[in-house]
Design a protein around this ligand. Structure first.
Ligand SMILES: Cc1cc2nc3c(=O)[nH]c(=O)nc-3n(C[C@H](O)[C@H](O)[C@H](O)COP(=O)(O)OP(=O)(O)OC[C@H]3O[C@@H](n4cnc5c(N)ncnc54)[C@H](O)[C@@H]3O)c2cc1C
Ligand code: SF4
Length: 511
């Protein structure tokens, strides 16, 4: 008699019927389990829309599994953690083997390994096939390198997967990277008509989830009034198709641009579908390549978009698994301040922060430059403890899963790992925000004033940061340029900047 009893665990961000977990499913002996765990949404103070998106997508996926006759136990609203609920089930049903795809969170990966050991069951943790680059390939690429930089990794990915390269392995259009073409602000008069993305009306399943989330997590941040995220594979495919046809054309040029009440710009809004595995990055890139030819799109926008997925997305994932658990603890500058309370409410006088946080609370979304150069920039300049900042990003964005959130926040936005994969901290004064947006027009502060009542806090804190870390910046050829401008500020003014910055730093909650 065959005593093997396999349980396939499908996590909330692994919703692919063709994914590695179900690859060799035996309908006669195997069983699937999905677990909605209430505490999982509470260990960081998750945005209501993030919880709702996960639950709705999970319930829709469970429905598909049932329609395909998979033997599934769907544990709804469990008061236990995923691992505790799983433990109960494994013990009750004498499971001998647990199969799952590697979780996107180190903590859960460790806990599942420990559970398998504790219960003496077999554990088969399969690598997620929603990425181009395996862990092994990434580790091989890092071997012997002094510097780990996206650009070289990205070129390797392009060549390996034959994407935007000619038959001799040279980049399409003669250059690997069109980043310089992708940094334009909107015209002075504003963004004009932006083709809106497809937004999905909640169906009955989603409506039920929205009610459940509002009741169960009533004190959590964010709103559910504008919940239109794709929750099924069909919807995600529709969103992709629409994006490549109507919105990709202007994605590149306005990728970094910001404007009041323009929360989505020309961005794809596909990250949550990619991260829940409703979409595979290969089909996204293929759709983009097809649209390039079909709609005669500019190479710069196509390359710019592909770089985000084939480059950054793969790169940060590789870095996460390479550097965990250290990455979560890194604090290069030793920053210890608390995150200002208004990160959770948007109630601040700084127009840029108010807009970026406001739309985040409304939709669970802000685009990359808002995350990096507005909320991230401010958190770094304000010397906030990295783990508090990371918890905020993990809680507040619908696409936030630790493998992608942590390297972006700790590594890229906060320089918490001392430049392990970035050559200098991403910091900017109000002048950058003024150039890339209209935020400053409606702000009570002035972006070019460095100290005093009218001074833009971001500008004051930027110069203060440069003064404080001058020797670090001067020791790096790429960062040296940033301190060059300090020489044009008199000693007296530098003293006033530092004094004003001290006042701000001691009063962050009231800005
Ligand atoms: C501090 C900080 C935190 C972030 N946290 C997350 C997160 O939790 N989850 C997440 O998916 N992205 C995160 N990002 C990356 C990026 O901001 C989002 O992927 C993007 O804003 C999602 O919106 P979009 O789908 O409209 O992306 P688009 O601008 O349309 O870009 C297309 C796709 O490229 C990928 N992509 C773009 N930039 C990155 C990047 N830096 N790293 C990984 N993938 C990228 C995403 O899959 C995205 O959907 C973070 C960035 C910063 C600076
Ligand atoms: S003046 Fe400063 S705080 Fe105000 S919107 Fe501009 S950059 Fe932001």
């Amino acid at each position: 008699m065959n005593s093997l009893k396999r349980l396939v665990l499908i996590l909330g961000d692994q919703l692919d019927l063709k994914g590695a977990a179900l690859r060799d499913f035996d309908f006669k002996t195997d069983e699937v389990v999905m677990i909605e765990s209430i505490p999982e949404a509470q260990y960081v103070w998750s945005h209501k829309a993030k919880i709702a998106l996960f639950l709705s997508a999970m319930r829709h996926f469970a429905k598909s599994l049932k329609e395909l006759n998979y033997p599934l136990e769907y544990i709804q609203a469990s008061p236990l953690s995923i691992v505790a609920a799983l433990k109960e089930k494994i013990a009750q049903e004498r499971i001998t083997h647990l199969i799952c795809v590697e979780p996107g969170e180190w903590r859960l990966k460790q806990q599942l390994e420990e559970l398998a050991k504790e219960l003496s069951i077999g554990l088969e943790m399969r690598e997620d096939d929603h990425f181009y680059c395996s862990h092994q390939e990434f580790i091989q690429w890092t071997a012997g390198k002094k510097e780990l930089r996206l650009e070289y990794f990205y070129r390797l990915m392009r060549k390996t997967h034959n994407i935007l390269v000619d038959s001799e392995g040279n980049p399409e259009g003669g250059q690997w990277n069109f980043d310089q073409d992708n940094r334009k602000p909107y015209p002075k008069k504003g963004p004009g008509m932006i083709e809106a993305p497809v937004l999905f009306e909640p169906d009955l399943v989603t409506k039920e989830v929205l009610e459940f989330v509002n009741a169960t997590y009533s004190d959590h941040p964010g709103s559910l009034d504008d919940f239109w995220w794709p929750v099924t594979r069909e919807q995600a495919l529709e969103a992709l198709e629409y994006f490549v046809e109507y919105r990709l054309r202007n994605f590149g040029i306005f990728q970094d641009a910001m404007w009041t009440d323009t929360p989505l710009g020309w961005h794809s809004i596909l990250s949550s579908s990619l991260n829940l595995k409703l979409l595979n990055p290969r089909e996204v890139i293929n759709a983009v390549l097809q649209a390039w030819k079909k709609y005669s799109l500019d190479l710069s926008t196509v390359e710019g978009f592909i770089r985000q997925i084939l480059g950054w997305r793969e790169f940060v994932r590789g870095m996460y698994y390479l550097d965990m658990p250290r990455m979560a603890k890194d604090n290069y500058y030793g920053h210890q301040r608390s995150l200002p309370k208004w990160y959770w409410t948007g109630k601040t006088d700084m127009a840029c922060m108010k807009d970026a946080i406001g739309q985040t609370l409304r939709y669970g979304y802000a685009h990359h430059i808002q995350r990096l150069m507005v909320t991230g920039n401010f958190a770094l300049l304000s010397e906030i403890l990295p783990s508090e900042v990371c918890d905020w990003y993990l809680a507040i964005y619908v696409d936030a899963i630790e493998w992608v959130e942590l390297p972006n926040t700790a590594g890229m936005a906060l320089f918490a790992n001392g430049g392990r994969f970035t050559s200098k901290p991403y910091i900017a004064s109000g002048a950058y925000i003024k150039r890339m947006s209209n935020y400053c027009d409606s702000c009570k502060y002035k972006p070019d004033v460095r100290f005093g009542d009218a001074a833009c806090p971001i500008t004051t804190l930027y110069w203060n940061f440069l003064i404080k870390h001058r020797s670090q910046f001067e020791s790096s050829p790429r960062a040296r340029l940033m301190t060059a401008n300090l020489k044009r500020i008199s000693d007296e003014d530098q003293k006033s900047i530092v004094e004003h910055a001290d006042q701000l730093l001691n009063n962050l909650n009231n800005l």
